[in-house]
Write a new protein. Structure first.
Length: 273
């Protein structure tokens, strides 16, 4: 990074604001899981390649590769990730795709584990200042109406004024994005599983039903959070309450340009389970 870029930090997003995952990455992760950990309780881990628009905070995940990884199921602090393998593989990928850089890592989770924040900080922070962590749900059912990715970046937070700040994960919006060539490829892959006899009306109803399932799931998360706050199991967070207020306001058609999708954003999760 040049001196000019370092001095004009106000022109850059302070952290990733959105993560766009391409279909090739999802196919690669599923293939990695099926080869290494299918029918087990283990997860697989790999490296995400792509680009990071620092001005907009947009992360574009266009490629990936799996990494040898082991962890102790009883002790989350014991894990092994072959960083030499990462360096060698990245060097080979750079010969083919010069513009792709390491922008983070993935796992098949399906949830954040206590060791993840250490893996994130110790291994991947050396490649980029703000790496992203994407959990890919390889067992996601279509009926849930949600996309199979959850993305995070790391932040320092203190539980109160007296405690020392510690690294934790903050959620960032993710979406599935594809270029024209990728869309054509995905359409060819889906030809064998898609029923072309289904009418447009049925397809439209199915899409809306899936959206309602996703909406209901988000409302349940809010309800569970408020319930835990009421029972003093979680501290009051005024930032969260502000988001909830925006959701209530956006439900009113008279609200001015308050997109409801942006209200379901960035809840901060700790690394504990």
């Amino acid at each position: 990074m040049s001196n000019t870029e370092e001095t004009s930090t106000t022109s850059f997003a302070p952290h990733p604001t959105s993560v766009k995952v391409h279909p090739l990455v999802l196919l690669s992760v599923v293939d990695h899981y099926n080869r290494v950990a299918k029918d087990t309780n283990n997860r697989v881990v790999g490296v995400l390649l792509g680009s990071y628009d620092r001005r907009m905070g947009t992360v574009e995940v266009t490629n990936s590769f799996g990494v040898p990884f082991e962890e102790d199921s009883k002790d989350p602090n014991i894990w092994f990730l072959d960083h030499n393998f990462v360096d060698n593989m990245f060097g080979m990928y750079r010969r083919v795709a010069v513009r792709e850089v390491v922008i983070g890592w993935y796992s098949t989770g399906p949830k954040i584990k206590p060791s993840d924040i250490n893996i994130h900080n110790q291994i991947f922070s050396k490649y980029i200042s703000q790496p992203v962590y994407v959990i890919v749900d390889v067992k996601l059912q279509h009926s849930t109406g949600t996309i199979p990715t959850e993305a995070y970046y790391s932040v320092e937070e203190a539980e109160d004024e007296k405690s020392q700040p510690k690294l934790t994960f903050a959620h960032v919006e993710s979406e599935i994005a594809a270029q024209e060539a990728e869309e054509i490829g995905v359409e060819h892959l889906l030809r064998d599983v898609k029923d072309t006899t289904i009418s447009d009306l049925n397809s439209s109803v199915s899409t809306r039903l899936s959206s309602l399932h996703a909406f209901r799931s988000k409302l349940k998360e809010i309800y569970d959070y408020l319930n835990q706050v009421e029972n003093s199991k979680l501290p009051v967070c005024f930032y969260f309450f502000g988001l909830i207020s925006l959701i209530v306001l956006s439900a009113d058609q008279s609200s001015n340009n308050v997109p409801i999708t942006r209200c379901f954003q960035s809840f901060t999760w700790t690394s504990t389970t």
